[in-house]
Every structure is written in structure tokens, then in C-alpha cells.
Design a protein around this ligand. Sequence first.
Ligand code: SF4
Length: 142
Amino acid sequence: MGPALPPSQVELEAAYKRELKAHFGIQFNQLYTLANMPIQRFGSTLISKGQFDSYMQLLKDNFNAATLPDLMCRNTLSVDYLGQVYDCDFNQQLKLHAGNSAEPQHLRDYLEQDLTGLPIKVADHCYGCTAGQGSSCGGALS
Ligand code: SF4
């Protein structure tokens, strides 16, 4: 999908269930819609097509505060192959390490800690999680 917000997850799931069953006999339980994040390959594509700023504006214009309580970074960590910890997979791709320090934090240092209230590193790409119906590993948020 290009520089647009995903359609309603509920409506898209109903349409896919109907069409896949009718044409291929395929049934499934749940469909997740995720917004394209303006980073890495998709971010580069947007820049090369001159669409980065308009996509960011689209995300910002559709900011939905109702998504905030369920953002995946509030209850999930991302750990890379070295054991370094991030607030989410997107932050891992951007090398934004979890915690107060700019230095990498290792999972072993987190195991005995109460992580409640630790700040989450946010930046403009976070609008990708909070736009419209919201976006996470579990699909739409609101
Ligand atoms: S991109 Fe930002 S808002 Fe989305 S899960 Fe990561 S830290 Fe949270």
C-alpha cells in the first residue's frame, strides 16, 4: 500500500473473509491492518518520490489520542539479536535504545527491574502508530 492510511480493519476483514471464501474456499480468523511507517525502506521510497512530507502531514492530521493507552510500546519490549532492548521494533530499526541513556541497554539489566514509568523514546515516526484507527503488532488499536 502506498502513502495512505489503512482502511477500517473491521470492514477490510469482512471483505476479505467474504471474497476469499467465495473465490478460494479460504477461511481465517482475524485480519490485522498496519500503517506504513515512514522509516527505512518505505521512508526512503517516500523521499525519492517527494511524498515524505505529505505522508507525515497525513499521519499528523489524523492523530488519534484514543490510540495512546494501547500503543504496543507501553507493554512490550523489542530485543535484538545482541540482547539490546528497544521500546518497539521500529525504534530498533532506528537504533533508538530503550531507557534514559543513548547507550544500548541489555536485556539482562532489565530482568530484575521494575520498568513501570520508564520513559519511551518517541519521535515523528510514532505518528504512524497513532494515526486514524492506530497501528500495532496486533493491528488496529481503536
Ligand atoms: S513507533 Fe513510537 S508509538 Fe509506535 S510503538 Fe514505537 S515508540 Fe511506540
